[in-house]
Design a protein around this ligand. Structure first.
Ligand code: UDP
Length: 192
C-alpha cells in the first residue's frame, strides 16, 4: 500500500483504512509511526539522506498535499484522497474517543497544547487525554518519564519537522506508546 515519489514512500490508504489500521495496531500492541508527506518534504529529502531514511522508516506516510495526489495520478498510482496532518490528528481523537483509547499531546509553546486539549474535549467530550507537555522542556528524561507514567495509546508530537520525526525515531523504543504522529503546528491551530 505504498508508492514512491523521488525515493520517498507515501501510503495509499484512505482515512477509512487508516482508522481501522490504527485501532488494530493498538489492539495488537504494535508500535506505529505516522508522518505527513508533502512536496516540500519530498524535495528536502532529495538533499538530505538522513531525512529520506527517517521518512521511509515511518509506518504510515500520509499524503498531505494535492501535489502528492497529482503526482500519483500522473504516474498511474492509487492515492485517491488527501490526508492532512491535522485531519489525521482529529481522526485519531475520534477513534480514541469511540474505542476508549488514550492520547497525549506533546509540543508547541507553553499553554498551547493545554488550550488545544480544552478545545478537543469540547469536540470529543469522551476523549481520554492523559497528558499534555509543551515542546520547550529541555529535560528529555523527564519528558519520557511523564509520557511513560501516563501510558497513552497515542502520542501526538508537535515539534515541527524534521525535529518531531527525529524525536519519534530516537525515542519510540523507550516509550510505552503504540501510535506516534508528528503533528507539526496542529496544536497552534487547535488552540485558536
Ligand atoms: N516547536 C516546539 N519545540 C521546538 C520547536 C518548535 O514545540 O523546539 C513547536 C512550535 O511551537 C510549533 C511547532 O513546533 O507549535 C512547529 O510548527 P510549524 O507549523 O513550523 O511546523 P511544520 O508543520 O511546518 O513542521
Amino acid at each position: 500500500m505504498k508508492e514512491k515519489f523521488l525515493g520517498v514512500d507515501v501510503s495509499s490508504y484512505t482515512y477509512n483504512q487508516l482508522k481501522k489500521n490504527i485501532i488494530s495496531d493498538i489492539e495488537q500492541n504494535k508500535q506505529s509511526f505516522i508522518v505527513a508527506i508533502n512536496p516540500e518534504k519530498i524535495l528536502q529529502a532529495q538533499k538530505n539522506v538522513i531525512l529520506l531514511r527517517l521518512l521511509n522508516q515511518a509506518t504510515y506516510q500520509i499524503p498531505d498535499g494535492v501535489g502528492v495526489l497529482l503526482a500519483s495520478k500522473i504516474y498511474g498510482g492509487n492515492i485517491s484522497e488527501r490526508v492532512t496532518g491535522i485531519d489525521m490528528l482529529l481522526t485519531l481523537c475520534e477513534q480514541a474517543s469511540t474505542y476508549g483509547k488514550s492520547i497525549f499531546l506533546y509540543g508547541a509553546q507553553p499553554g498551547v497544547a493545554e488550550k488545544a486539549k480544552e478545545n478537543l474535549l469540547r469536540k470529543y467530550p469522551n476523549l481520554n487525554i492523559v497528558g499534555v507537555m509543551d515542546g520547550y522542556v529541555d529535560d528529555h528524561e523527564y519528558i519520557k518519564k511523564q509520557i511513560n507514567a501516563a501510558k497513552p495509546d497515542i502520542l501526538c508530537v508537535g515539534l515541527g519537522s524534521p525535529r518531531q520525526e527525529n524525536w519519534i525515531v530516537d525515542n519510540m523504543k523507550n516509550l510505552d506508546v503504540r501510535i506516534f504522529q508528528g503533528v507539526g503546528g496542529s496544536f497552534d491551530v487547535l488552540s485558536g
